[in-house]
Design a protein around this ligand. Structure first.
Ligand SMILES: NC(=O)C1=CN([C@@H]2O[C@H](COP(=O)(O)OP(=O)(O)OC[C@H]3O[C@@H](n4cnc5c(N)ncnc54)[C@H](OP(=O)(O)O)[C@@H]3O)[C@@H](O)[C@H]2O)C=CC1
Ligand SMILES: CC(=O)N[C@@H](CCC(=O)OP(=O)(O)O)C(=O)O
Length: 344
């Protein structure tokens, strides 16, 4: 397969490069730029010397049309312009931004404050939550790869909501992310001296993943209530941990919640349900495509605490994007993604 990457020099792009390098079906990966045409990639990133010594190429629609797959890993507002002209031409298109995730353009504008993609392109796109939408992903040319937080939240909550084991009417979700989630552009929020020794809540009640999570809960689990969702930046590079709190339905036990998760993901190699542990954290999935889940019911409150961890750059971005590519090309989902978490 011949693969092109828009936004190759960002964190999502670098992770695509790392993972695609070990993908047995990918022969050639070409890197595109909007700002550094001609720069030899390994001069910019010396960890890629002797691996990617090719120059970055200018983004041109005719060139992109020649690939089998084009990944776009650019900021929101870019893929909405670059990818729709390629629909109906050769490549399968996988966008890592939020441009095609929200089916209602007015909602996209409201939360992203950007011009939405054309209604036709949004209609043709398929939400790439692999474990829940593989049939549609296989047939689609344009994949809207899920956001990092929604991936962790949805994989943990959808089975329990779908089976009506927890009350979806008053979900409270607390999410924490490492700083690489914000990409590689410098900003005050991610400045070392303000992230080191600090944990901060940000974009309270205004995070763009709120409508994405609500939309997916409504379409996969038929639950339409608004969620309370809070995002926190913690002083680590990679990783997301989400903690959701939900009332357990009358008569439902912790064992039933655990079984529901285990049964849902029995044939999905990247979702692991951890039964008993006294420590559950982001390092157990670090550098891998796993999403690990852990659930406990507090009998005093009759509420379940549902915890999920992913590596934001792998299962939350590049890994899931490649998993979707594998589905599109009828390859085993794990192809090129059998990564053991590095843990330390
Ligand atoms: N970081 C994460 O954990 C996750 C990120 N995402 C989403 O994935 C996308 C990429 O994120 P991330 O890699 O972190 O971001 P970065 O800021 O690290 O990188 C984005 C890259 O996009 C390219 N770019 C910028 N402007 C344009 C443009 N106008 N046209 C084409 N390319 C452009 C830049 O490269 P150049 O200047 O060479 O063109 C840049 O390196 C974003 O939409 C993000 O929201 C999704 C899930 C998780
Ligand atoms: C730590 C941090 O800043 N994380 C980012 C997640 C980026 C992302 O996934 O953005 P889209 O889904 O909109 O593409 C954020 O909270 O916006």
């Amino acid at each position: 397969m011949k693969v092109g990457i828009i936004g190759a020099s960002g964190y999502g792009g670098l992770e695509l490069i790392r993972l695609l390098h070990n993908h047995p079906e990918v022969e050639n990966t070409i890197l595109f730029t909007s700002s550094e045409e001609g720069t030899v990639f390994s001069h910019k990133y010396t960890h890629l010397v002797n691996i990617y010594d090719q120059p970055l190429q200018k983004i041109e629609s005719e060139k992109l049309a020649e690939f089998d797959v084009v990944f776009s890993s650019a900021p929101a507002g870019v893929a909405s312009q670059l990818l729709p002209p390629l629909i109906g031409k050769g490549p399968r298109l996988i966008d890592l931004s939020g441009d095609f995730r929200l089916k209602d353009s007015a909602i996209y504008e409201q939360w992203y404050k950007k011009e939405p993609a054309s209604a036709l392109a949004v209609e043709q796109s398929v939400y790439g939550l692999t474990e829940w939408n593989a049939k549609e992903i296989r047939q689609s040319q344009l994949i809207a790869n899920p956001g990092c937080y929604p991936t962790a939240v949805l994989l943990s909550l959808l089975p329990l909501l779908k089976e009506q084991l927890i009350d979806g009417s008053q979900l409270i979700i607390d999410a924490k992310s490492g700083v690489s989630g914000a990409g590689n552009q410098p900003s005050q929020m991610t400045h070392f001296s303000e992230t080191n020794e600090n944990t901060a809540i940000y974009r309270l009640h205004q995070h763009q993943h709120i409508p994405e999570i609500e939309q997916a809960i409504s379409s996969f689990a038929s639950e339409a209530a608004p969620i309370t969702f809070s995002t926190h930046l913690v002083p680590m590079t990679r990783g997301i941990l989400t903690t959701s709190y939900a009332r357990v339905m009358e008569g439902v036990t912790e064992a039933q919640l655990v079984s529901c998760l285990e049964e849902t993901y029995a044939n999905h190699p990247f979702v692991r349900v951890i039964r008993e542990t006294n420590k559950f954290g982001t390092n157990q999935v670090y550098g891998s495509n796993y999403c690990d889940l852990y659930v406990k019911v507090d009998p005093r409150t009759n509420r379940a605490t549902i915890v999920s961890v992913i590596d934001n750059l792998v299962k939350g971005a590049a890994g899931q994007a490649i998993q979707n590519m594998n589905v599109q090309f009828d390859l085993e989902e794990i192809t090129g993604l059998s990564l053991v978490p590095s843990f330390i």
